[in-house]
Design a protein around this ligand. Structure first.
Ligand code: ZN
Length: 289
């Protein structure tokens, strides 16, 4: 029963065994074999092209995809996607380099291209929605290095996160944690009919005018009173910080959003390795359109 949800290296090798099979998969995901002229697209021998049997129109299925103009074979790319899909705590470019057998520069670029295909969807969160703000990056830990507190905070990126209990998550790098930024984040990512839960920071005050809004008072140790808690988003933030420290060491501000997109992808597609891999392939190919 559990087998259906699994997708192992054995499955990958069976499904994407050769360059030809991978190219056929890409073609069929993006195009129809039937040409509008009534002819049928067939593979052009020894080229990454398909040609219509009647009008002779040609299609290069990798054009516009992350696979285009890459020296890495498609089987290598699919292997990279497979590893990425199964790495729930993230995978470093260094590890990809080792596993696929490409140069570090190449692995780094592949990693970046995969992440860039994973933008978060526009659908707003509904139901019980927890929201929180986190601080990521920088060399110093605020709080443990007190004389460098301001320096530590300046080096950090501000991230707003929201998660619908039993549903999806959103993470956004934002310029600061001020009121207008919070309002804009909620407007874009949380549906008006949601029941919003936050800590009791003053900056969330105006949210009560827009949402049904429950606040957790951390200072009074009301961490999880019945339904009113933000444990889900706090746990997600903790997972991100652990994973980043363990896998990537540090992430530059420039690339943080795309790493967050990858974490959201893993969280929103957790539990089913096979479906997650299919979603990842779909996302990577959708980028082509
Ligand atoms: Zn045709």
């Amino acid at each position: 029963m559990a087998r259906i949800n699994k997708y192992t290296i054995k499955d990958l090798k069976a499904q994407f065994s050769t360059e030809d099979v991978c190219l056929d998969f890409i073609f069929d995901a993006l195009h129809s074999r039937k040409c509008s002229c009534g002819g049928e697209y067939r593979r052009v021998k020894a080229r990454k092209q398909y040609q219509c049997s009647k009008c002779r129109f040609q299609i290069a299925p990798t054009a516009g995809t992350i696979f285009h103009k890459s020296d890495t074979p498609l089987t290598g790319w699919f292997y990279a996607l497979f590893i990425f899909s199964n790495a729930k705590s993230g995978i470093s470019a260094k590890e990809l380099e080792r596993q696929i057998g490409v140069t570090y520069k190449c692995a780094w670029r592949m990693h970046k291209q995969i992440r860039s295909a994973l933008g978060q969807d526009k659908e707003k969160l509904t139901g019980d929605v927890e929201m929180d703000t986190g601080y990521f990056g920088g060399r110093f830990r605020a709080g443990t290095d007190n004389h460098r507190q301001s320096e530590a905070m300046a080096a950090k990126s501000v991230v707003m996160g929201a998660v619908s209990r039993g549903g999806k998550a959103k993470l956004k790098v934002v310029p600061n944690a001020g009121l207008p930024v919070i309002e804009a984040f909620l407007e874009s990512h949380v549906s008006k009919d949601a029941l919003l839960m936050t800590d009791n920071a003053a900056t969330y005050k105006s949210s009560s005018k827009v949402y049904r809004h429950l606040k957790v008072n951390h200072s009074k140790k009301e961490y999880a009173w019945d339904r009113i808690h933000i444990n889900t988003i706090e746990t997600f933030f903790a997972h991100l910080k652990r994973s980043i420290a363990g896998t990537h060491k540090t992430i530059s501000k420039e690339h943080l959003q795309s790493y967050l997109d990858a974490f959201v992808f893993h969280r929103n597609n957790s539990g089913n390795d096979s479906a997650r891999f299919a979603v990842l392939l779909g996302a990577v190919l959708r980028g082509a359109r």
